[in-house]
Design a protein around this ligand. Structure first.
Ligand SMILES: Cc1cc2nc3c(=O)[nH]c(=O)nc-3n(C[C@H](O)[C@H](O)[C@H](O)COP(=O)(O)O)c2cc1C
Length: 335
């Protein structure tokens, strides 16, 4: 692997989704080894006190690097938290030898560039059960479970907790301040959430059971009536969006579990992209210990929920791309 190849791999890794697009990572290459560190200076101290979502984000970056390396024609061994004396060193990827690149390797590698978080309403087209099964199997190879929320009572309980958490968050000034700090109006910004990637409409007025995170909180008018069309108050309510929603979780709840959940999420998102799907995380209910614990109780989960994802077919083929910091800012070569 030469420097150019490593730079390509790291560029692919940085295309990983991250909480508030904080990109909380750095990379270093020593010979045939890539070290992935977390950058605690990019932590979200209010939304993510324990660093769980920061570590999950880095786990996705690890998996995107693995996928990119396979697409480059090399096999790789991954060690998580290899050095207890360096807790910020989350993973080490070591090239183990050449690999014959399969069609699937190529397709997953190509999906890294086209995957994006799609918050707009999805088309009214069900996600086929075989696709959900494939995502479930992909997560299972990491010993991570993926549970589709299909039963009506589970859906009601989960959607309620998402809405409850969103309400709690909006009433917390520190949360709102942190969110606003990561919103970007400058299209050239290399991190944070660009305002163009979040729907302008108020999520509370969307005809959906699933409330997406409101990134423009604090700027909404007070009278927010659901499903209200101000241009035509007598119009019938629009069709209700029914995305497929899946919960991804782990048996344990430590940093290794978070990293592994991130790796599984990386595979799930890329496979979903190859299948023509898009996704957006709905993690509000998992931000807070109280609603996260309630979710475990209401769904009788044995393990720990790590990520709630809405999945569906995007209603436009526009691929909004959220910027990343340049590779030179996050990659160093040790030799
Ligand atoms: C752990 C984690 C939690 C996230 N939570 C949310 C969320 O609650 N709502 C949302 O709209 N996006 C969420 N995102 C998506 C990020 O905002 C998104 O990945 C980032 O802005 C980069 O954009 P991209 O995914 O389109 O590349 C989350 C991403 C990660 C990795």
């Amino acid at each position: 692997m030469d420097r150019e190849q490593w730079s390509r791999v790291v560029e692919a890794a940085t295309r990983a989704p991250s909480i508030h697009n904080t990109q909380p990572w750095s990379f270093s290459v020593t010979g045939d080894r890539l070290d992935v560190r977390t950058d605690a200076a990019r932590a979200l101290h209010t939304l993510d006190r324990t660093g769980r979502q920061r570590v999950i984000s880095c786990g996705v970056a690890v998996e995107f690097a693995v996928v990119a390396l396979r697409a480059e024609g090399v096999d790789v061994a991954v060690e998580l938290q290899p050095d207890p004396a360096s807790p910020e060193l989350l993973a080490t990827l070591t090239v183990t030898g050449p690999r014959e690149v399969s069609e699937a390797d190529r397709a997953l590698g190509a999906a890294i560039a086209s995957r994006h978080t799609e918050r707009a309403p999805f088309r009214a087209q069900a996600v086929p059960a075989e696709v959900v099964d494939d995502l479930q199997r992909a997560a299972g190879t990491f010993s991570v479970w993926l549970k589709p929320i299909t039963e009506a009572d589970e859906e009601v309980a989960t959607a309620f907790l998402v809405a409850r958490a969103e309400e709690l968050e909006q009433s917390e000034p520190e949360y709102v301040e942190e969110l606003q700090r990561w919103l970007r109006t400058d299209p050239a910004a290399t991190d944070g959430i660009p305002v163009v990637s979040v729907p302008a409409e108020d999520p509370a007025t969307r005809p959906s059971n699933w409330l997406i995170r409101d990134f423009a909180v604090g700027t909404r008018p007070a009278d927010r009536s659901p499903f209200h069309n101000p241009d035509d108050p007598d119009a019938p309510p629009p069709a209700v969006e029914r995305p497929t929603v899946v919960l991804v979780g782990t048996d344990n709840d430590d940093e290794i579990a978070w990293l592994t959940a991130g790796r599984a999420l990386g595979q799930v998102l890329l496979r979903a992209t190859v299948a023509g799907l898009a996704a957006s995380p709905l993690t509000q209910a998992l931000d807070w210990p109280a609603t996260r614990t309630q979710l475990r109780g209401r769904l009788s989960l044995v393990g720990h929920p790590q990520m709630l994802l809405r999945l569906g077919y995007p209603s436009s083929d526009r691929t909004p791309s959220t910027n990343r910091r340049p590779v030179a800012e996050v990659l160093t070569f040790a030799d």
